[in-house]
Design a protein around this ligand. Structure first.
Ligand code: FUB
Ligand code: ZN
Length: 670
């Protein structure tokens, strides 16, 4: 079956189809160029895409198999077929089904870049098992169906009873919808989509304010985003209405706590609180529903919440979600480093939210936030070889912390989430509004897209983030349109779009733009350098951003960063790790105004798979170490300190510590 026009609009919005549609069926005023129209060939990102194909996706499928996730579907199917399964007690987590869905989603995106009929057949074989676990009325939740008289301990004794607590019945639905829409759009096959429609229809029948319905909302959000995608694929308005119901009734059911973002109606919220993944998915769902319904109250609320995050709850690494234990946002300025939680899933959710806010507002500041999260806190969550994952992404570890990426987790939300995110990345580079083409991310690629009425093929060449030179060439097509080049905040002396962090080295970086060798100038418009002209084949734009090491300090209110600096270069935040330094990391103290030298081609070896070893630009500076001798006397020694990009830490074992925020003054007790 061919994707419908609506499906193609969805695709344009979420980067999952094989054609760009410039209509606004998604409701957003700005339409992304789908990743299927973009072929990435990039020094920095291509190895990551390759690792997804060769390592991450096969690993995730094999973990689903060996950890019994497929078995859960099989047992549920056996129970439905009349077999006595009462002795099987569902274990694991009640959202284990989602790892299967998320891996299929990642594989579906990847199929567009690397067609693979064996992978298609494998996915079909998994979907056969999934289909058999679906109850006749569409309900699909193995933790109950496996053994209805003794379901999973978080599931509640009957359907929906514990959905606002821990059952995750709607969370499973949300991930199923996201994955099924991706699979349908990538392959044109309905086998997953039909399963998802049946479960969504079951929820619509049973949940709501009507007679005989149960009035509940998701304990863990994501169904909102998924239902919007299903609406866009099918054109069936009931799915959008259900997403809106889930948002509008939040805080009006029996669950009314901040952890679950249910302390107030969503349109009255103004602070990012509670579980950070749930929050990010909810803000993204609000943006989607607002785009389609024009509900400005939703938009005003997410604008206020975004402001709260970037002014008070945002790590320099782009990380969000400070608190361990509750996996939650902390109080304002509560940004501890060693205990920073920064769950990988929350970083993906933060990218989703900022992407949608850009599509709503068209300002580059959302991509500045997205880029900081992407290049630092998010990709730190997966090893360079694609085979190991962090759940929390701390900004500091002690020498004896022994904290390392793992090949999988019992609670595998983060590996399976990053597994679906990385292959979708090429869809985040470009976007179009009428006659304007936005260039939001810099990475080598070739894209064929439509801007205004012109079909254009554009090639981007760059070594970003190793250097700040980008060339864009019009390879095919001609016509008048505005090329809107994002001038990143970091080159405009703005660490983040707020005063939470500032550069402390007094440097002024510059950028320049040339068209066909001639310098051009322009006022920035919403953070974009706009070149409006009649373009023709062969036109070449050269963009240069000064990239130098920069010293960052935090507002005084951020207690954890007092007396410390962070270092970055371009979009990359740096850290000091034991493997590059002679002394224990916590013993170093820097000059107040450190001067850094660049060490190009610095090898970060990945012993697990040396094909993925990377050459990075390391930074070194003069520093001192403080130690206490056997006689109890404090000794201060000169020592050079070497820094590497934060994302690249923990590839060489755990024999010492790591720090992003480095002391420039001695403070007792640290
Ligand atoms: O509850 C499902 C997922 O597991 C959450 O998103 C993660 O934070 C983890 O708790
Ligand atoms: Zn997670």
């Amino acid at each position: 079956m061919k994707p419908t026009l609506i499906a193609l609009s969805l695709a344009a919005m979420f980067g999952i189809a094989d054609a760009q549609v410039t209509g606004n069926a998604s409701g957003y005023p700005i339409t992304p160029v789908p990743f299927t129209s973009v072929t990435v060939n990039d020094a920095f990102w291509s190895p990551r895409l390759q690792a997804s194909k060769e390592v991450t996706i096969p690993l995730a499928f094999s973990k689903c198999e060996e950890s019994g996730r497929y078995t859960n579907f099989e047992v549920a199917a056996r129970q439905l077929a009349g077999e006595d399964t009462h002795e099987i007690i569902p274990g694991g987590f009640p959202f284990d089904d989602t790892d299967v869905y998320k891996t299929i989603e990642g594989a579906s995106y990847l199929l567009q870049t690397y067609p693979d009929r064996h992978l298609v057949a494998y996915i079909d074989s998994v979907l056969e098992i999934v289909a058999k676990a679906q109850e006749p009325d569409g309900y699909l939740y193995t933790p109950r169906t496996m053994n209805p008289s003794h379901p999973h301990s978080w599931a509640g004794s009957k359907r929906w009873e514990a959905v606002e607590a821990g059952s995750h019945e709607f969370y499973n639905l949300g991930h199923m919808l996201e994955a099924a829409c991706a699979h349908y759009t990538a392959t044109g096959k309905r086998n997953f989509l039909d399963i998802a429609i049946r479960y969504a229809d079951c929820v619509i029948r049973e949940i709501g304010t009507g007679e005989g319905q149960t009035l509940v909302v998701p304990g863990h959000q994501i169904a909102e985003m998924g239902l919007v995608k299903l609406y866009l694929v099918t054109g069936d308005r009931r799915y959008l209405d259900q997403a809106k119901y889930f948002l509008d009734y939040r805080g009006k059911t029996s669950r009314k706590d901040a952890y679950s973002q249910a302390h107030k109606p969503v349109i009255e919220q103004d602070e990012a609180v509670g579980h950070a993944v749930r929050a990010g998915y909810m803000y993204s769902g609000m943006a989607d529903v607002a785009a389609l319904t024009g509900d400005t109250a939703y938009i005003n609320a997410i604008d206020r919440i975004w402001d709260n995050i970037v002014t008070r709850k945002f790590y320099v690494t782009g990380g969000v979600g400070a608190r361990h234990g509750s996996e939650a946002f902390g109080d304002n300025y509560e940004l501890p480093n060693a205990s920073a939680y920064c769950e990988t899933c929350a970083q993906i959710a933060n990218v989703y939210t900022n992407y949608r806010l850009f599509l709503l507002h068209g300002e580059s500041k959302y991509y500045d936030v997205l880029e900081r999260t992407l290049y630092n806190a998010l990709i730190s969550g997966i090893s360079m070889d694609g085979g190991a994952f962090f759940y929390p992404n701390p900004l500091s570890t002690a020498s004896d912390a022994n904290y390392a990426r793992q090949p999988w987790f019992g609670c595998a939300c983060c590996p399976s989430n990053v597994c679906r995110f990385i292959p979708s990345l090429p869809g985040y580079i470009y976007a179009v509004r009428d006659n304007s083409l936005f260039v939001n991310l810099y990475m080598g690629n070739r894209a064929t897209l439509t801007v205004g009425r012109q079909k254009v093929t554009l090639a981007q060449q760059t070594l970003y983030p190793y250097n700040g030179d980008v060339a864009l060439t019009v390879e095919k097509g001609k016509g008048r349109f505005s090329l809107c080049l994002r001038i990143p905040g970091w080159v405009r002396d703005q660490v983040v779009p707020s005063d939470l962090y500032s550069y402390a080295d007094g440097k002024q970086l510059a950028y320049s733009v040339k068209v066909n060798g001639e310098s051009v100038d322009s006022e920035l418009r919403d953070g974009y350098f706009v070149i409006d002209r009649n373009w023709k084949k062969g036109d070449r734009v050269e963009l240069h951003f000064d990239m130098q090491p920069r010293v960052v300090e935090a507002r005084y209110e951020v207690y954890a960063d007092r007396g410390r600096i962070a270092v970055e270069r371009g979009p990359l935040v740096y850290c000091a790790e034991w493997a590059d330094n002679e002394h224990e990391i916590s013993s170093y103290i820097l000059n107040r105004k450190p001067v850094f030298s660049e060490v190009p081609d610095y090898l970060i070896e990945v012993p697990a798979d040396t094909r993925y070893s990377a050459r990075v630009i390391a930074l070194t500076t003069e520093a001192q170490t403080i130690s206490t001798g056997a006689d109890g006397r404090v000794a201060v020694k000169d020592a050079r300190l070497t820094l590497i990009p934060y994302y690249a830490w923990d590839h060489r074992g755990q024999k010492g510590g790591m720090d992003v925020w480095l002391p420039v003054q001695f403070r007792l007790g640290q």
